[in-house]
Design a protein around this ligand. Structure first.
Ligand code: FE2
Length: 289
């Protein structure tokens, strides 16, 4: 049996039969090692059940211990390196695009499809050269390959792609700064990766006091799950479930050059800028009009 094929078929079947979930019903905890074991054992029954829960029963999962806690050191060192040596900048996803970082404030965010106040550091696989970059890549991919499989792709699909292939992997280290870092209600595209994942790299109550990740549970209700998250956990869910990041410590002063706030590693298969009518995430708040 070709596991990724079977999983993909099952997703297609569900997506045809049921409407896509918009609001989360339940947020459950699962050890990443358990998911990994079931996938390694090709336990198709287990995987199918999980997929059904995510799609039909609108469940999201906190995947405990998806990454080493010391990955935090790596991302802070990388962020410090880029801040010190490169100016905030932007590059389209075309062949040869370098790694870069960008401060996204309330003016810059208007150029994007989502409203976010954040400092993002972007990494592409063809630029992974230094020891730190390799640590980042290794630390994320040992989780991401399993998410890809759960999403109906093979473990290494897209991993070696370049922009002219159409779809590319991109890693993003994100700091939602104390002083109002946020990401407003949105849904993510399901085309290249049905299951969204991100690795949590801060602890509420220690690194920041208020704000953090939430799901919408109805049009006017949200569930903030940040207190259930620890460094190294990932949150996974079907991309049509609305979610965002509540303002991180909005009463503090926002200092772009500090490291205070909430850190996170995003991983996503993007349509490159060489794809016509590329599909991007959708804002649900009208903040960008
Ligand atoms: Fe998202």
């Amino acid at each position: 049996m070709n596991l990724p094929n079977e999983i993909n078929k099952y997703w297609n079947y569900l997506e045809e039969k049921y409407p896509s979930p918009r609001y989360v019903k339940k947020v459950k905890k699962l050890n990443f090692s358990k998911l990994k074991k079931e996938i390694d054992n090709k336990n198709y029954k287990y995987i199918k059940k999980l997929i059904r829960k995510m799609f039909v029963e609108k469940e999201a999962y906190i995947l405990k211990n998806s990454a080493d806690k010391n990955l935090k050191n790596t991302i802070i060192q990388l962020a410090n390196y880029y801040k010190k040596n490169k100016k905030t900048s932007f590059y389209k996803m075309i062949d040869g695009v370098p790694n870069f970082h960008r401060v996204i404030d309330k003016n810059i965010t208007k150029k994007y499809s989502l409203f976010a106040i954040k400092h993002s550091f972007y990494f592409y696989n063809w630029n992974i050269k230094t020891k730190l970059e390799k640590k980042l890549k290794d630390g994320v991919y040992k989780h991401w390959r399993y998410v890809k499989l759960l999403a109906g792709n093979s473990k290494k699909k897209y991993e070696n792609n370049i922009p002219s292939d159409g779809q590319i992997d991109r890693l993003q280290i994100v700091r939602y700064p104390a002083g109002g870092g946020e990401l407003r209600d949105h849904v993510d595209p399901r085309k290249n990766q049905r299951v969204v994942s991100g690795i949590i790299m801060s602890k509420v109550g220690i690194d920041f006091k208020n704000g953090g990740f939430y799901f919408k549970s109805s049009k006017n209700k949200k569930i903030n799950i940040e207190k259930n998250l620890d460094e190294g956990d990932a949150v996974i869910f079907y991309g049509s479930i609305a979610h965002g990041v509540d303002k991180v410590d909005p009463d503090e002063k926002l200092i772009w050059n500090s490291n205070k706030g909430r850190w996170f590693i995003g991983m996503f298969v993007n349509d490159s800028d060489l794809v016509k009518n590329r599909i991007t995430a959708k804002d649900l708040t009208g903040s960008l009009k």
